[in-house]
Design a protein around this ligand. Structure first.
Ligand code: MSP
Length: 469
């Protein structure tokens, strides 16, 4: 069977994971679990982007050898991903010698589309990127993200001739051969593509030391994005191995800020390598805190561990998969987080507790899970509207709560015990059917619910699923 391959952006390891990093992983994990639910075999990559000046400078500031610094941080990212209940099949680190060697082979294969040229213009050290004269003027000479003045550069670099592939990329995106979700980002990118210049893909060694050497030129180091984008195929073994079982990827998941690299430079690289383009590119929005962009200078950066420590994993996944949009920006506040926790406790926690207690009282045995089609759910998932798909399950849960209240099996038990049993058996079957799909979003809670209602004797959990503090 052809595997379905899902990829996530590989974060820079110049610090520990922050809340924004969680989105890539949660969405990828949700898609993976959904595809597995549909019977597919899925491969999910994750990894760390470990080259570039920012990382080199951070390590130097801390007085730690750079390799040691990235080793420490890569471990923090792996632990973080696991703490989100996310299961990847492959983890790639860009300082891995196999990756480095494979990147050099990729460079050599692209040589027909690479040329050397002089760059004279503006540069942002924080972004590690060139800045057009227009951007320079619009931002009054200072990077809005890094609050640092742009510097003037004059240097010789290698360039990738994006112009060789522009038409082909535009056609692929317009026709949805490479489908960008959401559509407004697709439109935004197609506009950007029109004026996209050839990209500089190397840096002089005096400027950047911590990177992969350009093959055949000891004075140049690969631009970090060339090295980073290659991860999606080097992790599969390219070019040493045949990657056609996994590539093209089913879906590549990225944040909105890096869509242009994945929809522009990366397709150009793939076309240069004569590899097919990915089938889907999902650009998610940003997580803000109290309506503001998270930033160290504002001092509103939230450590995801703090949120996880508050009520455990399920509420974290619940909040960011149901109350955060898959494609738009979404806000986190502690108040909203507490409200979401109460929803979990009141809607789902109480339902499980009540129903299990009634089953126990009426000696209702557990049941097998019945697989039921749910076309509305599938259609939302297939459109990457995960939060709306989750809403469909929640509507089902609310419906069950209403049915218990309306049908009053506790009263029926006194007047018509057979009818009470019938009502309870049906409620359990319906809950199990919803719970089966709940495993896509809340795997640990769903497993507990399945255990309770498929057991020989149904027993309410000793401690509630979502205890009130
Ligand atoms: N190293 C590059 C990616 C290379 S992929 C070949 C990078 N790293 S990053 O650490 O800055 O970002 C990693 C991911 O986290 C990106 O998908 C980015 O969009 C996402 N996010 C960073 N901050 C975010 C929020 N505040 N909210 C949601 N996602 C955000 O870019």
């Amino acid at each position: 069977m052809k595997e379905s391959y899902i990829t996530t952006a590989i974060p820079y390891v110049n610090g520990k994971p922050h809340l924004g990093h969680a989105m890539d992983y949660l969405l990828a994990d949700t898609l993976r679990r959904y595809m597995m639910y549909c019977g597919k075999k899925v491969r999910l990559q994750a990894g760390t982007d470990e080259h570039g000046n920012k990382i080199f400078k951070k390590a130097t500031e801390q007085g730690i050898p750079t390799q040691e610094f990235v080793n420490q941080n890569a471990t923090k990212f792996q632990d973080f991903i696991h703490s989100l209940g996310v299961e990847y099949t492959d983890f790639i680190r860009t300082t891995n010698p196999d990756h480095e060697r494979r990147c050099q082979a990729i460079w050599a294969k692209l040589s027909n589309h690479i040329y050397k040229d002089k760059y004279e213009g503006w540069y942002c050290e924080g972004c590690e990127g060139y800045v057009t004269d227009k951007e320079y003027e619009d931002n009054h000479g200072e990077c809005p993200d890094h609050k640092k003045p742009y510097i003037k550069l004059s240097e010789e670099n290698y360039y990738l001739r994006i112009s060789d592939f522009k038409n082909r990329i535009r056609d692929a995106i317009e026709s949805d051969e490479l489908k960008i979700t959401p559509t407004f980002r697709k439109k935004e990118f197609l506009n950007l593509l029109k004026d996209m210049p050839d990209v500089s893909i190397s840096r002089p060694k005096e400027q950047v030391q911590w990177g992969i050497p350009v093959p055949g030129d000891e004075n140049q180091v690969m631009y970090v994005w060339i090295d980073a984008l290659s991860n999606y195929i080097t992790v599969l073994g390219y070019p040493d191995e045949d990657i056609s079982i996994d590539w093209p990827a089913h879906t590549q998941i990225v944040g909105k800020d890096i869509l242009r690299f994945h929809a522009g430079i990366w397709p150009a690289m793939l076309l240069g390598l004569k590899l097919p383009l990915a089938r889907n590119l999902l650009a998610h929005g940003f997580i803000t805190v109290n309506g503001e962009k998270m930033s160290k200078s504002i001092g509103n950066v939230i450590d995801p561990q703090e949120i996880l420590d508050k009520h455990g994993l399920a509420p974290f996944r619940y909040y960011f998969l149901r109350h955060a949009s898959t494609t738009d920006d979404s806000d986190f506040t502690w108040d909203k987080y507490e409200a979401a926790y109460n929803e979990l406790a009141n809607d789902l926690g109480n339902l499980v507790q009540r129903l299990a207690a009634l089953c126990k009282k009426n000696s209702i045995a557990g049941q097998k899970v019945e697989k039921r089609p749910n076309h509305d759910f599938d259609s939302r998932m297939e459109k990457y509207e995960f939060n709306f798909a989750f809403d469909i399950l929640w509507d089902g849960i609310s419906e069950l709560n209403k049915r218990i209240d309306a049908e009053k099996p506790w009263a029926l038990a006194k007047t018509d015990p057979d009818k009470a049993k019938e009502v309870l058996v049906k409620l359990v079957a319906d809950l199990l059917a919803i719970n089966d799909r709940l495993s896509i979003f809340l795997p640990d809670i769903s497993a507990k619910i399945a255990e309770i209602f498929t057991a020989k004797e149904i027993q309410p959990p000793v401690t509630p699923l979502f205890p009130k503090n």
